[in-house]
Design a binder for this molecule. Structure first.
Ligand SMILES: Cc1cc2nc3c(=O)[nH]c(=O)nc-3n(C[C@H](O)[C@H](O)[C@H](O)COP(=O)(O)OP(=O)(O)OC[C@H]3O[C@@H](n4cnc5c(N)ncnc54)[C@H](O)[C@@H]3O)c2cc1C
Length: 518
């Protein structure tokens, strides 16, 4: 539906709300062409130029092109934890290397900005993951997706579990459903349903590799709520997974560990997606090197942002979307609402490092017949996982070479940021040499540290977020979005940013008066 509303007559922004809810169905025709008298353009600031802030800014422009947006980024570049680097003909990802398509927000955004032809799927044929047991890599049983075994035979024949572990796994079929609504940790749930061995050998490394932490304290409700639904609906995850296998979705997801057929990556790396979104924003909207230090609300209800760094100035806006990590949001909002700030700072973050290493193929003895491996804590190693980046996606390494990413963090190395480059490379190469039979030194080394970058959805997270959102809703024109709240994946972040943009537009009418937008 094409919606064009031209406010050529001296219309006030009082009409703004009326046009906003129309056309939010993601079609390319979702254009709301608002024309307001000169000087009455509402101004919205977005703090943080990661994927969340970019998605929010883009959605504002898409829905209401006449809104004056300011995307304020503390660093010298956009993208936040997303960054790609070309080095010696390798294409390296500093953060995320792909995203899932079942949560459609990321692919939808790509389609709307004409970027969908840049997305590439994982290489077919090797869509499987491995897990380390006693220093050797073994295939994760076919059909085992995070916590749901959808095929019986591979589970019963896997060398990853002892006979007793397999018996306990099969017993899951008969484990009664938990009716207690209390928040349960991911570990407690997994052990209750499958037994300790399946948890320690399969579930813990798969989840630990995503959150860079030990799932002992992670809230199942906040991280993987679909397994609670599965238990409630089917009485057993095995039963649910077996039934689900018949469905189209599960068939597409064949493989193990992660449903690799459902992942995509930008052909030229995540930075190309960041650039594509940024290129759709109006000239002058993006301001890097602009850290926001403080936010205050003036008596008229507008927001004043104090910029630090070299800028040392303040900007007044009608509404603001805070799309930074929660610990940064806590600082920015400290004077606005102390309670809100405290709640935000209660969301802990873990740190990690990615060590990318390039090798000649002939240096590696292992067949590399999969996309990578995860490492159980029980193995006592110092990496969480290893990803065979150039096997997973094309174009990541020159011919005859292999690109491997070691993910460092978790209980074994909780503060990788404190290690030097040499220490990180030594740690990663020692572990990879032992696990993959590598001879000699890597031809390429690249290190990225992510200090306090991965939010930890601990027990009580959903309650904390509910309270945060309730407090934020008392502050008209303030929206929070980012990976701290409703999911850490790129599609979740895009969804959060876009929803924040939509909420801003629906409340802007009440916040904006002509006298204040001069
Ligand atoms: C190592 C790693 C691997 C990952 N792998 C995957 C994956 O494969 N697939 C997937 O879907 N997800 C993955 N994720 C998760 C996903 O990448 C992130 O959750 C997501 O990119 C976070 O985006 P964001 O915009 O919310 O936050 P960020 O990327 O953290 O961006 C926040 C931005 O705010 C800026 N900022 C902070 N303070 C201020 C301030 N005061 N003023 C102005 N700007 C400020 C920062 O500089 C930053 O640019 C991974 C994450 C990490 C760390």
């Amino acid at each position: 539906m094409l919606v064009r509303r031209h406010h050529d007559e001296p219309t006030r922004l009082g009409k703004f709300k009326e046009i906003v809810p129309i056309g939010l169905n993601n079609t390319s025709e979702d254009v709301i062409d608002v024309r307001v008298p000169s000087g009455l353009r509402p101004r919205v600031a977005i703090i943080g130029g990661g994927i969340t802030g970019l998605a929010a800014a883009h959605r504002l422009v898409e829905l209401a092109p006449t809104v004056d947006i300011q995307l304020l980024e503390a660093g010298h570049r956009l993208g936040g934890v997303l960054e790609s680097v070309r080095q010696d003909s390798f294409l390296l990802e500093c953060g995320a290397d792909n995203f899932i398509t079942v949560t459609p927000e990321a692919t939808d955004l790509c389609r709307r900005i004409g970027f969908d032809d840049q997305l590439t799927r994982t290489n077919t044929g090797l869509r499987q993951a491995m897990v380390v047991r006693k220093g050797k890599l073994h295939r994760i049983p076919d059909g085992f997706i995070v916590m749901a075994p959808s095929k019986v035979w591979p589970m019963m024949t896997t060398p990853l579990l002892s006979p007793l572990g397999k018996l306990r796994l099969a017993w899951e079929y008969f484990v009664p459903t938990q009716t207690d609504a209390a928040d349960e940790s991911l570990a407690a749930f997994a052990i209750r349903r499958f037994g300790r061995e399946v948890y320690e050998r399969l579930i813990q490394p798969l989840v630990g590799g995503i959150y860079a932490s030990n799932p002992d304290q992670l809230s199942l409700q906040a991280t993987l709520p679909r397994f609670i639904e599965m238990e409630r609906e089917h009485g057993s995850l095995i039963r649910g997974a077996l039934r689900g296998r018949a469905s189209q979705k599960q068939r597409q997801a064949s493989g193990s560990g992660a449903p690799y057929s459902l992942f995509v990556a930008p052909r030229d790396g995540m930075s190309s997606l960041v650039e594509a979104i940024a290129s759709r924003l109006p000239n002058g909207a993006v301001q890097c090197n602009s850290p926001v230090e403080d936010l205050t609300r003036n008596p008229e209800g507008r927001w004043s942002l104090s910029l630090g760094g070299d800028r040392r100035e303040s900007i007044d806006v009608d509404a603001v979307i805070v799309a930074t990590p929660a610990h940064r949001a806590a600082k920015i909002l400290a004077t606005v609402d102390h309670g809100l700030s405290t709640r935000l700072s209660n969301i802990p973050y873990s740190s990690s490092a990615i060590v990318s290493l390039g090798y000649e193929r002939s240096q590696i003895a292992h067949a590399l017949d999969g996309f990578g491996f995860v490492v159980p804590i029980a193995e006592g190693r110092r990496i969480l996982s290893g990803s065979f980046s150039s096997i997973k996606y094309p174009g990541r390494a020159p011919a005859g070479f292999v690109l491997i990413r070691a993910f460092v963090g978790g209980p074994a190395v909780p503060n990788p940021s404190q290690l030097s480059d040499q220490e990180l490379v030594a740690l990663a190469t020692e572990e990879l040499d032992a696990l993959l039979g590598i001879q000699g030194q890597p031809t390429l080394q690249h290190i990225v540290r992510h200090a306090a970058a991965m939010p930890q959805y601990l027990l009580g997270h959903c309650d904390n977020v509910r309270e945060i959102e309730s407090r934020a809703s008392q502050l008209p024109g303030l929206e929070l979005a980012g990976n701290a709240y409703h999911g850490i994946g790129i599609p979740n972040c895009i969804q959060g940013g876009e929803q924040a943009a939509k909420r801003v537009l629906t409340t802007l009418d009440a916040l904006t008066s002509p006298a204040l937008t001069q």
